[in-house]
Design a protein around this ligand. Structure first.
Ligand code: PLP
Length: 365
């Protein structure tokens, strides 16, 4: 059976060009980038080239790139590495932000029913003690895009720093870091492997390391650098990217037209080109994920298994969906390798699976 992947917001396949760039470093470039001998200096050169490539992608200076182990660490470092004080963030952030904020003095801005955080709500949340505002760029579940420049301007008016979690934006929408102080990206959402990410730290921003060790990454992130990972991220940053917007649109329109009682969550918000999150009345999302998997399609549901119980996504309940509606939602996220033929085959599989599951559903029958 052919297998088609429509879960690129969970993770992406590593691109062949990225593997080609990374393999020689794995094979021969084992040196420690902090060593002064030849193998060490070769590793250092590879690391610095990757830093330049990542910086070029974000249109910033290489000095402003701190390599991390991924998006989670970049987010944690942004929240916990700035001087302590009041923080403003949102109720639709990734757990990497929400968890880092848990024991801090935090105000949460609330998304509206479209999945948009209105920048004006920030004004009321700011205090003289606010040190940082963190608003994600593109949401991982809905694909909704926030006006981060507007948030940054308001934060700066109040003397606060501005961070954005750009893990789901990088490679999908354009990024302008001109007024942004901190920005997180993750390799494995960009066709590089897992275990590498970066935090952009604007020159002059005071950032303290969160883990203790050597003075790697200019004293901002301790730990021997993952050189093959960084090389992979650098290569992924240089890759030309196809726009999958047309395919996502075709998928969304096809499902809405052919499956009755379907609604797009966050339909009226500005959205990135690769994500559509669709609610299927009367269907358990997990059952749909399994039904589609059996037909060869990988998608994701609006629920996550936490401690053995299937819990509805906090993002979907934050925009006003009931637990049942959230659990009846499926996220389709497109990326490298998806084709029109795959999209059309997925629409057919969704039509068949929805009809089958509804026949079995006590709610719907
Ligand atoms: N932020 C967002 C918006 C994400 O979607 C993810 C991963 O799903 C992360 C942060 C965490 O990134 P990583 O998996 O690289 O730790």
């Amino acid at each position: 059976m052919e297998r088609y992947y429509f879960d690129h917001n969970a993770t992406t396949p590593v691109a062949p060009a990225v593997i080609d760039a990374m393999l020689p470093v794995f094979r021969d470039g084992f040196g420690n980038a902090s060593s002064i001998h030849q193998p060490g200096q070769q590793a250092k050169q590879a690391l610095e080239k990757a830093r330049r490539q990542t910086a070029a992608f974000l249109n910033c200076s290489p000095k402003e790139i701190v390599f991390t182990s991924g998006g989670t660490e970049a987010d944690n470092l942004a929240i916990l590495g700035v001087p302590r004080g009041h923080i403003v963030t949102t109720n639709i952030e990734h757990p990497a932000i929400l968890g880092a904020c848990r024991d801090l003095d935090v105000t949460y801005l609330e998304a509206d029913s479209h999945g948009v955080i209105q920048p004006r709500t920030l004004r009321d949340a700011l205090r003289p003690s606010t040190v940082l505002v963190s608003v994600m760029h593109a949401n991982n579940e809905l694909g909704t895009v926030q006006d981060i420049e507007a948030f940054a301007a308001i934060a700066h008016d109040n003397g606060a720093l501005f961070h954005s979690d750009g893990v789901q934006a990088a490679g999908k929408i354009s990024i302008n870091l001109k007024n942004i102080d901190l920005y997180s990206i993750s390799g494995h959402k960009l066709n590089a492997p897992k275990g590498i990410g970066a935090l952009y730290v604007r020159q002059g921003v005071e950032l303290h390391p969160r883990q203790f060790g050597g003075r790697h990454e200019s004293g901002r992130r301790a730990g021997t650098e993952n050189v093959p990972g960084a090389v992979a991220l650098g290569a992924a940053c240089e890759m030309p990217r196809e726009n999958v917007g047309m395919l996502t649109q075709r998928l969304e329109t096809g499902i809405l037209a052919k499956v009755p009682q379907t609604i797009v969550n966050g339909a009226n918000a500005p959205r990135g080109p690769n994500t559509t999150n669709i609610r299927f009345a009367g269907i358990e999302g997990e059952a749909m994920v399994i039904a589609l998997d059996l037909r060869g399609f990988a998608v994701s549901s609006g629920a996550a298994c936490s401690s053995g119980a299937v819990e509805p996504s906090h993002v979907l309940t934050a925009i006003g969906l009931t637990r049942e509606e959230a659990k009846a939602s499926i996220r389709f996220s497109l990326g490298m390798g998806n084709t029109i033929e795959q999209v059309d085959a997925l629409i057919d599989a969704v039509v068949a699976s929805a009809a089958h599951l509804r026949r079995l559903s006590p709610v719907y029958a």
